[in-house]
Write a new protein. Sequence first.
Length: 560
Amino acid sequence: MSVAAPQQADVVIVGAGAGGSACAWRLAARGIDVVVLESGPWYRADADYRLHRDDWELSAFPAKAPPWPYTFGEMPELDPGDQDLRSRGAEGRLLVPGNRRRAWKYHHVRGVGGSTLHFTGEAQRLNPRSLRLASEFGVGADWPLDYPELAAYYAIAERQIGVAGPARDPRTPDAGPAPLPPHDPGYASRHLMRTTRALGLNWTPNALAVLSRPQDGRPSCNYCANCNRGCPREDKGSADVVFARPAVASGRCQIVPEATVLEVESGPNDRVRGVVYADAGGKRRRVAARVVVIACGAVLGPRLLLNSASRHAPEGLANESGLVGRNLLETQFWIVSGLVDVPLGSYRGLPRDIVCWDHNAPDAIPGTVGGCVLGPSTTEIGLGGPVAYAERAVPGWGLAHKRAMRAAFGRALSIGAVGESLPSPGSYVDLDPDERDAHGLALARIHSRPGELDTIRLRFMAGRVREVLAAAGAPEPFEEYGSHDTFSSSHVFGTCRMGTDPRASVSDPFGASHRWRNLFVTDASLFPSSGGGEAPSLTIAALALRAADRIAAGLAARSL
């Protein structure tokens, strides 16, 4: 039987990922009645995740609902001069044939918890200098808030999540230690730290939303290295565990799963009135609300706003500047993998337990603006079981192959770099003019054309991780791939950019629409810049908590 939302609420939130769940938790804690509409289902860690099964490696994250459909615009042609940035598998085989960039995937999860259900668990603060790219470096846009204001909400989010991390982050020395002590580096990471000393790299424990000691009835990590397949023990702080459930337990929040929002209703006096959604059975329903919060991500959020065009908002809701969907920032990455000549047991531990911040600052890479972060990626890219070794790392068949597998298993080492993404006129989200969903609404269409500064940065990233892998004992990689010839983004940002100028941004410094005073956004589409490779979930949560306090104050003052 379909679960229906109440017909009216103080606040209705669209999406139960990091931003929606964190916002709901904060509002409920302040005594405000909240309804969260999530197009996907709840997940049960003890029933849905498959790490206890013999065939665990044959499936990735067990999606209970298919990803929301979207399309791609035409991808750019690849420059023949950039052959060093082509993705390659065994024996140098091109993984992307032809001369055009491949439109592969926007990695998102429909469900309570959103993409944190399958994330690696990185919980990093942004480099403070990344917030001032326009004023200091002449590119992109500045964040319309000071770092200390964001840092106060980082601290709240870190405590609630149970972030384990170092006593000191070299980029933010005033932050103080993480709430929980850091995880000890695994054996493979200790090997990496030891063998790359001559390169002068500074490795530090990563800040992770993974418990290093028990908290709130959750156990500490067992280091199975499969965070991306869903955490059956719930030691990983996905948004459903740390925000959504406590919000519901407060008695002030109802989360309605399998509820697909079709439209945000606009009305007179620059106010939105509520939302229309389809329940699990397809029946159309309506929720009136004093405040509406959009938290469904930097692709689906713009789609909802543009599909909510009306006589009050003929170009799409909150699109007075024409920037809804513009300034798409994506995941810029390079990963290289090889087999070292010593056993590492690299199938165990945490997927990304250490990081190197040496190149993270916006001016750390010569010839471009925007930094990157380095770290191990072995199990994060699936090299955690024998099937992956047989398919990707160890060629052959029969008895010789079996012997080679026994010798190789546990010796794979992958190094990954994730970097800044700068805005480009050719990177944006709009509505597909031809493709529609089951409700007759236009699908989101992703366009991606990174600029020359992104290529310069990516070439540096590729060269650096190759150098690191060679120093670690694998000078001849069996696989390397990156974002130059493939759109494969788990982190997307910027399509509802916040700012102080209504002509140059979609929302104000608190995520509120410049025009529609009771409409807020609390996801990564707010980001004016992507950061130098940091994972975004902690920043999303911090901004959502800050927005929730703004909403609560506005409701109390009856200004919303």
